[in-house]
Design a protein around this ligand. Structure first.
Ligand SMILES: C[S@@+](CC[C@H](N)C(=O)[O-])C[C@H]1O[C@@H](n2cnc3c(N)ncnc32)[C@H](O)[C@@H]1O
Length: 276
C-alpha cells in the first residue's frame, strides 16, 4: 500500500466552512469549548478519524449523526478536547497544596475538575500521602473530566516511563510500579495511590455537578482557557459555590479572573481564596 500524504487526506472527505461552523456551534453547545478560526485543520484531522472509523464519506453526514446519537456526541467531544497534562505540572501549586494541608489537617475533600488522563489528581494524591504519611488520610480526592476516553486512561493509571523523567527517583520508587517483560517502558501508579482517587464524568458547563458536600481545595487548571468569558464566569461561580470559605481555588498559569474579584481573591500565583 502506498503512503497517503497530508494533502491526499485533506481531500478524502468533503469538508466545507459550513461544516466547520457547525462543529464549532455543536462543541460550544455541548462543552462550552470555543474553537478559534485557526482550528479549521485541527478539526479536520481530529474528526476525520471518526469518519474513517465509521465509514462515513462527508462531514455533513457525520454531523447529522452527531445530532442524533448521544454515543457519537461523546466521541465528538473526546476528539475535540485538548488533554495536555503532566505529573506535578506547575510545581508551585503542589507546594501550596502541601502548605495548605499542613495548616488544615482536617481537610476532607479535594476536587480536580479537569483531570484529563490522571497525572494531576495522582500528583495531588501523592502530595496528600507525603504530607500525612498514609494512603488513607480520610480525604476524598475526586477527579473529573468531560472526556470519557481520558477518564478511562486515568482510571488505569498506566503511563509511558518517560512521563516521570522530571520526577525525583524517590517519588518514582515510592508511587510507581515499573513495567517488566511486555510492559517494559511503561509505569503504573501503585494501587494504594489509585485507590485514593475517585474518577467521575462531569461537564463543567452543567448547572449542577451533583455533589452533596463542599470542597476544601479545587484544582481547575488549563480548562477555562477553552471557554468564552460568559462561560468562564458561569463555571467559576458554580465551582466557587462548592468551595469551603477557607478553601483554595487553584487555576492554570494563564488563567486570571480580574473581573470576578467579588467571587475570588488572589492569595498566591494563580491561587485564589473565595470571597465570602
Ligand atoms: C489541557 S487539559 C488540562 C489538564 C490538567 N488540568 C492540567 O492542567 O494539566 C484540559 C481538560 O479539560 C477538559 N474539558 C474541556 N471542556 C470541559 C468541560 N466542559 N467540562 C469538563 N472538562 C472539560 C478536557 O477534556 C481536558 O482533559
Amino acid at each position: 500500500m502506498t503512503a497517503v500524504s497530508a494533502d491526499d487526506v485533506r481531500k478524502q472527505y468533503t469538508y466545507s466552512q459550513d461544516d466547520f461552523e457547525r462543529v464549532r456551534a455543536t462543541v460550544f453547545k455541548i462543552a462550552g469549548i470555543r474553537l478559534q478560526d485557526t482550528k479549521v485543520t485541527m478539526v479536520y484531522s481530529r474528526l476525520s478519524r471518526r469518519l474513517r472509523a465509521l465509514g462515513i464519506g462527508s462531514f455533513r453526514d457525520y454531523l447529522g449523526l452527531v445530532d442524533k446519537s448521544e454515543t457519537e456526541q461523546q466521541e465528538f467531544v473526546n476528539a475535540l478536547t485538548t488533554n495536555l497534562t503532566s505529573f506535578f505540572r506547575e510545581p508551585h501549586h503542589f507546594a501550596a497544596l502541601e502548605k495548605y494541608l499542613r495548616a488544615h489537617p482536617k481537610t476532607t475533600a479535594i476536587w480536580c475538575a479537569a483531570s484529563s488522563t490522571g497525572e494531576e489528581p495522582y500528583s495531588i494524591a501523592m502530595t496528600v500521602a507525603e504530607v500525612f504519611g498514609t494512603f488513607s488520610p480520610g480525604i476524598k480526592i475526586i477527579a473529573s473530566d468531560i472526556d470519557s476516553k481520558v477518564l478511562a486512561t486515568a482510571r488505569q493509571g498506566i503511563y509511558k516511563a518517560q512521563t516521570l523523567n522530571k520526577m525525583p527517583m524517590e517519588r518514582q520508587k515510592q508511587f510507581f510500579y515499573r513495567g517488566k517483560g511486555s510492559h517494559t517502558g511503561n509505569v503504573r501508579v501503585i494501587d494504594d495511590v489509585r485507590k485514593m482517587v475517585t474518577f467521575r464524568q462531569i461537564n463543567l458547563t452543567d448547572d449542577n455537578y451533583g455533589f452533596n458536600h463542599n470542597m476544601d481545595v479545587i484544582f481547575c487548571r488549563n480548562v477555562m482557557i477553552y471557554f468564552d468569558k460568559p462561560t468562564q464566569y458561569k463555571v467559576l461561580n458554580n465551582l466557587v459555590s462548592h468551595l469551603n470559605k477557607d478553601g483554595l481555588y487553584i487555576a492554570g498559569h494563564s488563567e486570571h479572573f480580574t473581573e470576578a474579584n467579588h467571587l475570588i481573591r488572589p492569595v498566591g500565583k494563580t491561587i485564589y481564596a473565595p470571597v465570602r
